[in-house]
Design a protein around this ligand. Structure first.
Ligand code: HEC
Ligand code: HEC
Length: 414
């Protein structure tokens, strides 16, 4: 059955394959550009237990480099000995992330990094204590001087920037799928190839696991039975209850157990989840497949997922500053089909409104928040709904969808 918006049979042509090819460079934000010195400082901070309140836990204690930057557990233990509410996620390829944590509550890696440090059950450290602990180690001042030559200060901000820079250099390893994409037809066996055809076709997986990292970076309720409400409470929208971020599937076979709560032990169990009936609740994603899979289909899907497992180190990629497109005069209506704004960067005059029409078959949520405290939130924008976004004052506004944050629209107001 053809699925609207699916990526097509990726095996058929070069254009189909191109969608899955790893980008040629790592994007860094202009506000925190890459330098080798900053990445090296971040690497040291990442594995330094001195960052924790009791000096007993590093980022790497949970995001273990030898365990694909995860910990191989359903849920890591909190400092009180009881499991944390959610599983330690994959942090490779985070340079391409849109929002962080399973529920997307952090807008950047810089913002994310200070979360676990201050969490009483994770590292239990105050920001003042953090700065004191780092400054107390004589190895650090010269490293901060090299990393931040203009203002070599040890602050929560520079610590977060160094950690984020290091994290952006973490890439998922090369896989048989990458070799196949590069033209080695033998890299996928028949079963994996059938699995790929199902994944991009009848099974509808690419409705959410799309693009080179096999994620749309968006939030969906896929019907897991637990009580965690995920993105819903963050957005204040019940239709996003039980919605979690679509995980990347790169190196997935080496990252068991699965899901935000680590509740599924194997890839076979994940496929069984998709093949089962789902709870009948209003938040359930309309993109969730309702499919009959034979035992052979299930095995083929698992074979394809294993073709994403790492078999060689990631390629060395250059660092670039992520650029946005040049602004164009705003057209009368911006459209939102297939989880994309029809333009990425427009120009308006102060006081003008921007008309945004949802011609997708999904709900959206357009919003912005400015440093000057001006906020706009459309609430849930149903398919067919049109909203008029106000832009009261000059400046640049970063508009995005709270459900599909890869949908981004910069608005320059003159
Ligand atoms: C006790 C284990 C633990 C420690 C220590 C820890 N993390 Fe995490 N990390 C987690 C868990 C669990 C989550 C998911 C939490 C959630 O989504 O609510 C997470 C989420 C993240 C994410 C978000 C990934 C994504 O794609 O959304 C990043 C990035 C991250 N951690 C980096 C760090 C850094 C940097 C440190 C050190 C400053 C750190 N972590 C320390 C367990 C840990
Ligand atoms: C409606 C969007 C959507 C569709 C369609 C979808 N997934 Fe997912 N997938 C997700 C989300 C969201 C999660 C994480 C859910 C959670 O943690 O509770 C997930 C988790 C997974 C995981 C676990 C990854 C991890 O690191 O925990 C695998 C494997 C997976 N999906 C494979 C598939 C396959 C195979 C298909 C097609 C049969 C598919 N998905 C279809 C959204 C989707």
């Amino acid at each position: 059955m053809p699925w609207p918006g699916h990526a097509g049979d990726a095996g058929r042509d070069a254009a189909g394959r191109a969608v899955y090819v790893r980008p040629a460079a790592i994007p860094f934000p202009a506000a925190n550009p890459f330098t080798q010195a900053k990445a090296e400082l971040g690497r040291k901070l990442f594995s330094d237990p001195a960052l924790a309140g009791a000096g007993d836990r590093a980022c790497a204690s949970c995001h273990d480099p030898v365990l694909a930057f995860q910990d191989g557990r359903a849920r890591a233990d909190g400092l009180d000995g009881a499991p944390l509410p959610r599983r330690t996620p994959f942090i490779a390829d985070a340079a391409w992330g849109e929002r962080f944590f399973w529920d997307g509550r952090a807008a950047s890696l810089e913002e994310q990094a200070l979360g676990p440090i201050q969490n009483p059950r994770e590292m239990n450290q105050t920001l003042d204590g953090l700065v004191r602990a780092v400054a107390a180690d004589p190895a650090y001042p010269p490293l901060f001087a090299a990393a931040f030559p203009e203002a070599p200060r040890i602050t929560a901000d520079t610590i977060a920037k160094a950690l984020a820079t290091f994290e952006r250099t973490l890439l998922s390893p090369q896989s048989r799928f990458d070799r196949w994409l590069a033209g080695d037809d033998q890299a996928l066996d028949d079963s994996a190839r059938r699995g790929l055809a199902l994944f991009t076709g009848a099974a509808g997986c690419t409705l959410c696991h799309s693009g080179w990292a096999l994620t749309d970076h968006a939030f969906h309720d896929i019907g897991r039975p637990d009580e965690d409400l995920g993105r819903g409470p963050i957005l204040g929208e019940a239709t996003l209850d039980h919605a979690f971020k679509t995980p990347s599937l790169r190196n997935v076979g080496n990252r068991a157990p699965y899901m935000h709560d680590g509740s599924l032990p194997t890839l076979a169990a994940v496929i069984e989840h998709y093949a089962r009936d789902h709870p009948d609740r209003p938040s359930l994603s309309p993109d969730l497949p309702r499919i009959d899979l034979s035992a052979a289909d299930k095995a083929d899907l698992v074979a394809f997922l294993h073709a994403l497992d790492g078999e060689a180190p990631a390629p060395a990629l250059p660092a670039v500053i992520a650029e946005s497109l040049a602004a164009v005069e705003a057209p009368p209506v911006i459209r939102q089909k297939d989880k994309q704004f029809s333009l990425a960067h427009v120009r308006l005059r102060a006081g003008q409104t921007l008309i945004v029409h949802n011609d997708d078959r999904r709900e959206h949520n357009v919003r912005y928040a400015t440093d000057a405290g001006r906020d706009y939130n459309s609430g849930i924008q149903e398919p067919g709904d049109t909203v008029a976004m106000p832009f009261p004052a000059p400046g640049t506004y970063h508009v995005y969808c709270g459900i599909h944050p890869k949908m981004k629209l910069d608005v320059d107001v003159e």
